[in-house]
Design a protein around this ligand. Structure first.
Ligand SMILES: Cc1cc2nc3c(=O)[nH]c(=O)nc-3n(C[C@H](O)[C@H](O)[C@H](O)COP(=O)(O)OP(=O)(O)OC[C@H]3O[C@@H](n4cnc5c(N)ncnc54)[C@H](O)[C@@H]3O)c2cc1C
Length: 483
């Protein structure tokens, strides 16, 4: 399959970019693992569920209608159910420098089908990575009990499956995502017993000028929390989830300004659901395989959303967590830039001045949010030795501590080799931040050659397997099962 631009990810960023590029004559192929466009923010209920008012679960429905209708009316080829496991640079081509090139610069390898075992390759002159982000959840005693779900998972159940995870919920952790989750669950009839945010309320007040851009939105959430009588507990954290076979209650405690649990403040709240999230992390696997620069945890881009690899752009939460509006602005800029560059011209940034100013404003806003909304600084003190940290391999906190303090492991890779933490199905995507915190190491990009588990049969049949020099972490595995 051949295209000019392959966009990976049909969330707000990928949709905005695809429409902007297609409107300027670019042949775009939009590839997503999901069955519908929309990404996380505009996740739609499956057609078979017969939702009568899906808009009731969404904000900014008009924007979604514009994107959805725009996609339907455009020339964009939308490939659904395509799980991209690798984007490969064709060494014979330098990438995205014009339509005259005969061979495609990139091979976008995807898996199709119920068992994700049917390989498809899209050959493209340019690639936009718009793969969004995923949730960070830190462990605490009881977090593996049935009834404990991630905040975004609860939201996805509601938006995509029209189901609620339980009858009485506590929503906890940190970050703006907790607000739509708590209000969404409450509006769907769940009794939300508390919204527990670890951010220091004084910090929120101190950063008020920087947060002012979204005050009307915040006021709207506050009004909904009041209407549904949801108690808001800032400066608190969940220290334990209780239950035998499933969740029955959580203990919530107050934090001191240093981020330590204040002794004697624990309060038990009965609930059958805990929706918990400690922020988000960008998906960077595909960018890392391509060799794009990743600064901290974000793919680095310039003002045109170009990465440092010629022909590869990135937009939305893969470049930093910042919400749907920022993803739209970045996608729009990327789409215009790509169209110009593919046509062999330099783009005129004045054409996207409005999107660029939204991008600046929203990046500043989310930098302020980041500086306030953080997990408690001393969260590891609450993690008992018998708490499971790596769920895939069932590695407990005590084993990680023993690897560091008893066996001298000083980095994540050594901890992984000694304990198997991060060697399972998710390849450390879930436990990585927790293991890094417990081990006292930085969470560094891992440069995995595969973004998804790949059957060996597919690898054997792939014409251009991922370059050998990228095989670091998983050189012995297909991510399905390490040897
Ligand atoms: C579970 C979850 C729920 C959320 N719910 C809300 C909410 O209710 N309200 C809110 O304000 N914000 C929510 N967010 C945050 C929201 O996702 C972002 O603000 C916004 O959607 C970012 O847009 P994006 O285009 O960058 O990425 P996304 O919307 O995340 O879109 C990325 C797309 O890329 C696709 N993708 C990723 N990797 C691959 C791959 N390897 N192969 C093929 N396709 C791939 C995904 O299927 C997805 O469709 C949620 C986030 C998560 C993780």
């Amino acid at each position: 399959m051949r295209t000019e631009l392959a966009v990976v990810g049909a969330g707000p960023a990928g949709l905005a970019a695809s429409l902007a590029a297609a409107a300027r004559g670019v042949h775009v192929t939009l590839i997503d693992a999901a069955e519908d466009a929309g990404g996380q923010f505009y996740r739609q209920p499956a057609a078979g569920l017969g939702a009568r008012r899906p808009r009731a679960l969404h904000h900014q429905w008009r924007t979604w209608e514009r994107l959805r209708d725009g996609l339907a009316a455009s020339t964009v080829r939308h490939l659904t159910g395509h799980h991209v496991w690798c984007v490969e640079r064709n060494s014979a081509s330098s990438g995205a420098s014009g339509r005259s090139e005969r061979s495609a610069a990139f091979g976008v390898h995807a898996l199709l089908g119920r068992f994700q075992d049917e390989p498809v390759t899209v050959h493209a002159d340019a690639v936009l990575l718009a793969t969004g982000g995923y949730e960070k959840v830190l462990p605490f005693p009881g977090w593996t009990l049935p009834g404990v779900v991630t905040a975004g998972g609860a939201q996805a159940m509601l938006k995509g499956g029209l189901v609620v995870p339980g009858r009485t919920a506590v929503v906890a952790g940190t970050g703006p995502l907790l607000l739509p989750v708590a209000t969404g669950l409450a509006a769907a009839g769940v009794q939300v017993a508390a919204l527990v945010e670890s951010a220091d309320p004084k910090g929120l007040v101190r950063r008020l000028p920087a947060l002012a851009a979204k005050l009307p939105e915040a006021a709207g959430y506050a009004a909904r929390l009041l209407r549904h009588r949801v108690p808001f507990m800032a400066g608190h954290t969940v220290v334990e989830a209780h239950g035998e076979d499933r969740l029955e209650a959580v203990t919530v405690a107050a934090l001191d300004p240093a981020g330590r649990v204040r002794p004697g403040t624990g309060r038990r709240i009965p609930c059958d659901t805990l929706a918990v999230g400690h922020g988000m992390l960008p998906h960077t696997d595909l960018a890392e395989t391509l060799g794009c620069r990743v600064d901290g945890v974000n793919v680095q881009v310039d003002d045109e959303q170009r990465t440092d690899v010629p022909g590869v752009w990135a937009a939305g939460e893969t470049t930093g967590i910042g919400g749907a509006a920022l993803a739209l602005a970045e996608g729009h800029i990327a789409g215009r830039s790509i169209a110009a560059r593919l046509q062999g011209t330099a783009p005129d940034p004045r054409e996207w001045a409005a999107a660029a100013s939204s991008r600046t404003r929203l990046r500043q806003f989310f930098a302020a949010v980041d500086s306030v909304c953080a997990p408690p600084a001393h969260w590891i003190e609450q993690v008992t030795d018998d708490t499971v940290v790596c769920r895939c391999e069932e590695v407990r906190a005590g084993t990680v501590r023993e690897a560091v303090h008893g066996l001298g492991a000083g980095d994540l890779r050594t901890v992984k080799l000694l304990t198997r933490a991060g060697m399972g199905w998710c390849q450390g995507r879930v436990c990585g931040p927790a293991v890094a915190g417990l081990a006292g190491c930085d969470l560094t990009p891992t440069r995995r050659p595969f973004a998804r588990p790949v059957p060996l049969g597919v690898l054997a049949r792939t014409d251009h397997p991922a370059e050998a020099d990228h095989t670091t972490e998983a050189d012995h595995t297909t991510e399905e099962g390490p040897s």
